[in-house]
Design a protein around this ligand. Sequence first.
Ligand code: AHG
Ligand code: MN
Ligand code: MN
Ligand code: MN
Length: 331
Amino acid sequence: ALANLALPVGITLDRYIMQRQTAFPYATGELSQLLRDMALASKIINREINRAGLMDITGSAGSDNVQGETQQKLDVVANIRFIRALKNGGEVCAIISEEDEDIIHTGNVNAKYVVAIDPLDGSSNIDVNVSIGTIFSIYRRVTPVGSKATLADFLQGGDQQVAAGYILYGSSTILVLTTGEGVSGFTYDTSLGEYILSQPSLKQPPTGQIFSCNDGNVADYPAPVQTYLQRCKQQRMTGRYIGSLVADFHRNLIKGGIYLYPPTARSPQGKLRLLYECYPMAFIAEQAGGRACDGEQRILDVAPTSLHQRSPLFIGSSNMIDQLNGMSLNG
Ligand code: AHG
Ligand code: MN
Ligand code: MN
Ligand code: MN
């Protein structure tokens, strides 16, 4: 975190990465290049999103993904763009994506990293011009360099992430990044085509006034969660829910708040995916002083068993998550 503070607001992401390179885990320059590749792909997605209505890429793609969800055209476009950028970049040997059932092998068998990605988060908001995002998580592979990546590379557990981030395509586009030494935010300057360091050290307020969940499902929530939400409402706290995890998380990161996606009748294991939604957001939350749990344990301690497994998610300001956990214990 100290290393972050030393870097001046206003420098570009490239320069930030260059200057921080020695502080990165495995300071070989490859992780730096990988982060640049992610940033480049996100600029392309940002352009596509901004022009979506003009380019006939709103609406459904007419296909379903492995989650059984209807894919939006932008889900497909974003997926293709990120995979292409990571293949061309050369630092990634394999990728898992929300939009692909199996591991995607890039052909770069000598590369040292694997990436788990939600290329487009908040699909339901595309067609209504509301904020959407991208979420990613990076691991150093555990299989030998030169061999084909396997499931083991992706099922290392949340604490093994070497970097995680998200891009929020919002009123401005920002990239939020952690490499395990605090959290930094970069705002995209469209006129320069560069991400500029705008928040060198993001800290989540320990408590806040905002609760974020899909209230339509409340009758399905576990009793302690219902009780917690009733108290929020008794205290006249503010309910805010966009329906894009990235946007809901980011607002609560800045202002203080709690995001809840409990198990529901429709999604008994929770809806959000552990490897490319919960783990990266939990890493970022903890690095910003917040917390993330699944109702029983820390998200980063949840054992990964399959690529697309789901998990309940409670994430946000530390005191609010502690209070929720306290209620679960007391019933
Ligand atoms: P995705 O668009 O990547 O499939 O993710 C959607 C997720 C998440 O972004 C959001 O918080 C949640 O689904 C909203 O779900 P509900 O519509 O059930 O509230
Ligand atoms: Mn989806
Ligand atoms: Mn998502
Ligand atoms: Mn998605």
